[in-house]
Design a protein. Structure first.
Length: 263
């Protein structure tokens, strides 16, 4: 096979390495400087049809009217960035908060676990309209976080979201690379994700090409064995490095196990 055909390997190698390096730099240096991430998990206890049964009515202690739906949700919030998030980062009165769809109300909220007690996490449901549970803290270092349990009249996790206006801090649902902060001109996390996925796909393409028996160009074979070994090492390392970097963007840290416990 002539040297031109080896471009099918050489070009993906170059793109994969560039994507991995640039994506890693963006992820570690910029896209994750200060970043709060959250995950939601819910269990429905009661749904609207129950109250239609003759003589049956569901009430929640402390909440006057009967409820049509009753759902328990757990929300894990953690610092997926490298910089500390402090309560002084909050702008004005825009606290870090859990907000429910306007059709429903929050009946109760509590902290069920925090990785570091020095974070001093607290959660308080607003009594005026019961649409918000405010989350207070002193600081959150990288990898630290909290699990909050919320009882509400919604029907699932989609009815809850985490909001807040914090200086230089992005708040992102872990499954969607879209910032909910207003006024952001560039979502560096989204750029990092794109580059990392591109690098992973190219790395997989390289492996497939080798398995198909595509031979390297003679120029590659004339390189010193150390240089050839370095290239092969890069090819082998691309996928695990990409997985590690993506995990840094999305992986939930240890110390928040109650998020996964049964309700």
């Amino acid at each position: 096979m002539n040297s031109s055909s080896w471009l099918s390997i050489g070009f993906p190698i170059l793109l994969a390495v560039v994507s991995m390096v640039v994506g890693g730099v963006v992820t570690i240096r910029y896209g994750m400087r200060k970043r709060l991430t959250y995950q939601r998990r819910s269990f429905g206890l009661v749904f609207g049809g129950v109250n239609k049964l003759p003589g049956m009515e569901i009430r929640y202690h402390g909440h006057g009217p009967s409820v049509e739906n009753l759902t328990v949700s757990r929300i894990a919030i953690w610092n997926a960035g490298r910089g500390d998030v402090r309560k002084g980062d909050i702008l004005g009165k825009e606290n870090l908060r859990i907000v429910i769809d306007p059709k429903y109300v929050i009946l109760a909220s509590e902290v069920v676990q925090q990785k570091n007690a020095a974070n001093c996490f607290e959660v308080r449901t607003t009594q005026e309209d019961q649409k918000t549970a405010k989350v207070h803290f002193d600081f959150v270092r990288s990898g630290e976080g909290v699990v909050v349990q919320v009882v509400h009249t919604g029907v699932g996790s989609k009815d809850l979201k985490v909001e807040g206006t914090l200086a230089d801090v992005k708040i992102l649902p872990s499954w969607l690379p879209k910032s909910i902060d207003e006024g952001a001109s560039l979502n560096l996390t989204g750029v990092a994700i794109f580059l990392l996925i591109l690098g992973a796909l190219l790395g997989g393409l390289i492996v497939v090409l080798f398995l198909m028996g595509v031979k390297p160009a003679p120029e590659f074979l004339r390189l010193p064995w150390l240089a050839r070994a370095a290239v092969m090492l890069v090819i082998v390392a691309i996928l695990p490095i990409e997985i590690y970097l993506l995990d840094r963007l999305f992986g939930r840290p240890g110390g928040l196990e109650k998020f996964d416990e049964n309700f």
